[in-house]
Design a protein around this ligand. Structure first.
Ligand code: MN
Ligand code: MN
Length: 293
């Protein structure tokens, strides 16, 4: 990796870390979901970066992929376990980072995913396997009486690529990718009081373009025009200012132009925490790009 690319990863990380940290402190009972999402998303653009994906805010048993819907009237409630997952990018070089805010009495659950992340980061250096990181994560979470979510993983990052090799498991698989200097990836342990597996809910607020087939319906063409500059990175339904465009989304999914991301959730009534950092492997350890500096 050359210095210019390294600096862009660092800049995206600096911006994402500071904004996530501030945003997390603004979450309390009664605060509007939609207002918080719009405020945090606009801060990324104000800093001169772009969003790598819509701000994910996922509550309680929801682990990932929820965000505000247009006109969303939800407010945060006492007892909520709130995951904030923010992605910023500079020229396509991505920082992906998440934290959990507890409006109830779940500090041990939060500590589980936070310690798991710290433990995995301490292990990173060339020659270590992705499975070794998964084992560290699983151990920290299970030692506190929770389960890691086995079917969610950390992932490699590349220019305008949100998910590529290596996969970083949240459980101790043997082997996996052998880490090398210059690799960029996100580590994101999830701890749960539930089953340790997520399934798909019907709710879909986040989409991405997966093919550039021509589309005929004018409203569908208009969406494709609006999101072209995303270069395949995800966008949210609440970013589309013309509400009539909503009607074209299912058509575009059916025709294979867009992919819709369902909200991913553990069993009803469970609670999930998540912590995530983006790291770059160095000669003897790693740089965490998304640590608050
Ligand atoms: Mn993330
Ligand atoms: Mn991620």
């Amino acid at each position: 990796m050359n210095d210019e690319i390294f600096d862009k990863y660092r800049e995206a990380g600096r911006i994402a870390a500071a904004i996530l940290n501030d945003g997390a402190r603004e979450i309390r009972e009664g605060v509007s979901y939609l207002e918080l999402v719009e405020s945090i998303e606009s801060r990324v653009r104000d800093e001169g970066a772009e969003l790598a994906f819509p701000l994910n805010i996922s509550l309680n048993e929801d682990a990932a992929h929820d965000t505000a819907s247009p006109g969303d009237e939800r407010v945060f409630k006492r007892g909520d376990v709130v995951k904030l997952d923010l992605g910023a990018q500079v020229d396509g070089y991505i920082a992906d980072t998440a934290t959990t805010i507890d409006l109830g009495n779940n500090s041990l659950l939060l500590e589980a995913s936070e310690s798991a992340l710290a433990s995995a980061i301490r292990k990173v250096k060339p020659g270590v396997t992705a499975g070794d990181l998964g084992a560290a994560i699983q151990n920290e979470i299970e030692s506190r009486g929770y389960r890691p979510i086995a079917n969610l993983t950390g992932h490699g990052l590349d220019q305008y690529e949100l998910h590529c090799a290596p996969t970083i498991p949240n459980v101790g698989n043997t082997g996996g990718t052998i880490l090398e200097e210059g690799m960029v990836f996100a580590i994101e342990p999830f701890a749960t009081t539930g089953s340790g597996h997520v399934g798909e809910k019907a709710r879909r607020e986040i989409y991405s373009q997966i093919s550039s087939k021509p589309v005929r319906i004018p409203s569908a063409r208009s969406i494709v025009g609006t999101i072209k500059d995303r270069r395949g990175l995800p966008f949210a339904r609440h970013w589309l200012t013309d509400r009539k465009l909503d009607l074209a989304l299912p058509t575009l999914v059916k025709s294979g132009v867009l992919h819709g991301y369902p909200v991913l959730a553990d069993i009803s009534g469970s609670l999930v925490s998540q912590h995530e950092h983006t790291i770059i492997v160095t000669e003897d350890s790693c740089v965490v790009t998304t640590q608050v500096r």
